[in-house]
Write a protein that binds this ligand. Structure first.
Ligand SMILES: Cc1cc2nc3c(=O)[nH]c(=O)nc-3n(C[C@H](O)[C@H](O)[C@H](O)COP(=O)(O)OP(=O)(O)OC[C@H]3O[C@@H](n4cnc5c(N)ncnc54)[C@H](O)[C@@H]3O)c2cc1C
Length: 405
């Protein structure tokens, strides 16, 4: 009989795990707290081994076609003039804009649609009880349902409640000193295909990014110690942002006007999830719930796709769940630790408080954006070290045609 797996969370990691486990012949249920599939979210990118995982799923082309069409990243001054620009070219796509830039919701849907052909999805429910029972886990849901599974995969994102239930006190978060609000606003004719980034004094930043939906994706960034803003209700969060950004300059007025009407609003107080282990008995963490690296690392979605692929492959190798979890952790740790290695000073450098700090940042970016400097940076960046070998975990869905001499 196929082993029964419960996945909690239907975003990037959860849908990727469901896709692979369904292929491997498992009996898969996905439970998502939101009442329906969540389409929202802003620009994320997928690079290196994450793209390879999508390629092996036969989804790489579709993901590129669904991309936002972003062509580069430009830091702009108060009048919108670019002071430094990183195009897609050079440095093997390691700049701020990757070749595969896609909206979180679009990527999640691309994974969800084929995954649901081989997995059952339950929306509007979540786990409230979890008891290890011999060689399985007995799970109680908020809806009152009770069921037994051979393993539970927790893919609930950075604020995972199940992680806190199963591993109480074990996450020692690394707060990054940065709060970001993401939301969608109407586009205007002068919006181009670049990610435009404006620094205002006081450690504030505004950025605008293109999409393919006829709208523009806005970010408001605040360099400050964490104040629990992620748990405020949306009305309080918006009032706070209005107050902090009213005099920021550049396109602050337009962005704050868009804040009033947006129906896609997400606030994140950036913190890395740091766990010394990712599994306990038959429960395992993956994606941001296990190791959130924060958007500063620029690798969260790559890690989520890759981690879920490796986890599913490891489970398919053996009937021994503990051995599969150990293999998964062994294969992923070096890659995750490399991804989490964001220098503590990075949020400060990228969000200066003073005019002088902003001028120094712009000067440094101008130098760093030169092609020769980018090539040098790419050479010393460590390349793809630590990436797991997907050949062991993910057989491509379409094999290349056989070679005929
Ligand atoms: C709505 C949304 C918008 C986002 N927007 C951005 C963005 O603009 N930029 C960016 O860089 N990153 C964004 N992220 C985060 C980004 O998706 C992740 O960093 C990364 O892709 C890893 O994905 P994940 O699947 O591990 O976690 P997440 O994408 O965070 O997904 C976790 C999923 O679990 C669900 N969930 C949470 N708790 C429970 C529970 N107890 N039971 C069942 N389900 C639960 C959530 O509703 C969500 O669908 C967003 C995430 C979400 C959920």
């Amino acid at each position: 009989m196929a082993r029964r797996i419960l996945i909690t969370g239907a975003s990037i990691a959860g849908n990727t795990a469901a896709w692979w486990l369904g292929r491997h012949g498992f009996d898969v249920t996905v439970v998502e707290r939101a009442p329906a599939f969540r389409d929202g979210g802003q620009n994320v990118d997928v690079r290196g081994v994450g793209r390879e995982a999508l390629r092996r799923m036969g989804l790489e082309r579709a993901a590129l076609e669904a991309g936002t069409g972003e062509e580069g990243t430009a830091w702009v001054d108060g009048r919108g003039r670019a002071v430094a620009r990183f195009g897609l070219d050079g440095a093997a796509g390691d700049g701020p804009t990757a070749e595969m830039e896609i909206l979180r919701g679009d990527l999640a849907r691309l994974l969800y649609v084929p995954a649901r052909e081989r997995a059952q999805y339950r929306f509007g429910d979540h786990l409230v009880r979890l008891d290890e029972e011999g060689d399985g886990v007995r799970v109680g849901f908020a809806s009152g349902a009770v069921a037994r599974y051979d393993a539970v995969i927790v893919a609930e994102g950075v604020g995972s409640a199940t992680r806190e239930r199963v591993f109480p006190g074990e996450n020692v978060p690394r707060w990054m000193g940065l709060t970001i609000a993401y939301f969608t606003i109407p586009s205007t004719p002068d919006d181009d295909r670049d990610w435009r980034w404006f620094n205002a004094t006081g450690g504030r930043g505004i950025s605008l990014r293109p999409d393919r939906h006829g709208t523009t994706r806005a970010m408001l960034m605040l360099r400050q110690p964490p104040g629990g803003e992620q748990d405020w209700d949306a009305a309080r969060q918006k009032a706070y942002l209005r107050d902090r950004f009213a005099d920021a300059g550049w396109q602050a007025g337009r962005v704050l006007a868009g804040l009033e009407t947006t129906d896609d609003f997400y606030v994140d107080v950036l913190r890395q999830v740091r766990m010394t282990r990712w599994s306990s008995g038959r429960v395992v963490l993956t994606g941001d719930a296990a190791w959130c690296a924060t958007p500063l690392a620029g690798i969260g979605t790559t890690l989520a796709v890759t981690g879920a692929t490796v986890l599913a492959g490891a489970l398919a190798h053996t009937d021994d769940v503990a051995a599969a979890f150990a293999e998964y952790e062994h294969a992923l740790r070096p890659f995750v630790e490399k991804g989490q290695g964001v220098p503590r000073i990075a949020p400060k450098l990228m969000n200066p408080r003073t005019r002088l700090g902003i001028a120094l940042l712009h000067g440094a970016l101008r130098i760093a954006s030169q092609p020769a400097v980018r090539r040098l940076g790419a050479k010393f960046s460590g390349g793809r070290t630590g990436e797991p070998d997907l050949a062991r975990y993910a057989t491509p869905v379409t094999q290349p045609p056989p070679h005929r001499p």
